[in-house]
Design a protein around this ligand. Sequence first.
Ligand code: DOR
Length: 425
Amino acid sequence: MNDANGFILKNAKRPSTGLCDIVVRDGKIASCGGSGSQSLPKGLPEHDAGGLLLFPSFIDAHVHLREPGFEYKEDIASGLTAALHGGFGAVMAMPNTNPVNDNAATTRLMRAKAQAAYPHGPMVFPVGALSIGLDGAELAPMAELLDAGVKAISNDGKPVQNGGLFRHAVEYAATWGLKVIDHCEDTQTAPGWQMNEGAASADLGLKGQPPLGESAQVARDILLAEFLDLPIHLAHISCRQSVELIRWAKSRKVKITAETCPHYLFLHDGMLGGYNTNFKVSPPLRALEDVQALREAVADGTVDILVTDHAPHAAHEKEAPFEEAPFGLTGLETALPLTYGLVREGIISLERFEDMWCKAPASIFDIPVNNFAPGDAACFFLFDPGLSWQVSADALHSKSFNTPWLGQTLTGKVVAHWQSGVKLL
Ligand code: DOR
């Protein structure tokens, strides 16, 4: 008997409720209850989760899938395979493709490619460009992008310097109910920067960007959001100053939400000593005190969500002198083992871990998720928190493997993943 009409998953551990059994029928949750507490239907295939952790498929609200235009780094199919293995059932794909996703045709192409590669999910939610060509001069056609299926707009990778244009983007986006995601960077603060400015950049002889290169724009966005009383979502927050500003904004009920990435919670600028280009990322890895501030911000809710900023680059691009290598690192397959480490360290609860990767991004970007209620899409995965594995090009499913954790052993792995009731891993 196969699982096509349904199945039962027994003895799976949910964060707050303990062991449970789930009945899936026609790709949807039929029931979910404490193990042994419900009378299970007869005749369905049964699988034993063996007490492993069960999560609804997570959302990564910030990835670069590189298609169209840079398929040698990643394409939508390979990016979604990496997402599936990483525990993600939905990813929001940034618009710095070629052509830039500033038009309905490109948005539709991305969604069609995703649907063709994975008809049951994981799903791609494209993010539209804020400005045409990401040039920061003229607004992209938001209504057209919305109609084609974007969830948000952003100039990620090419931060908007023109405050007037950015204001109009926030106002028009609100008309359409679109979220604006801002890559906060004042590009005039330190043109040509390679890493964080501080003792480490002085040691290495690399041009540094001080944290204010980010936080000055964070301040601008907070003041703008308060002035307009409209929402702005701040991308990949990397430093203490930004955290303090966001905390202040939230105390004033400004409609600001923020994300950070695993690398800002586990790595710092003192680790660039070997000029390893897999540690070169924008915004840059900051000082240890910034890492500490971000961990506190994740724990107290100042930072709302976790994202990977998965930014694949080919080996020949990263195997270059530090100054010439592109910014970015891959993250889809290492994010959960790393951030589960925050649970292990007692920094966040298991419930908050799930919230930051699932319910919070779903609510910010209006993406449906599985709440294990009857009728919800049966999209979930099992996570073995004790399974150790080595990060290697062979172990990863992304086309690129520019991760700072290459060669290292991580503990925690997604071992099974269902999308709409279909077991894909
Ligand atoms: O490091 C980064 N890489 N930061 C960005 O904002 C863009 C990204 C990319 O597209 O490679």
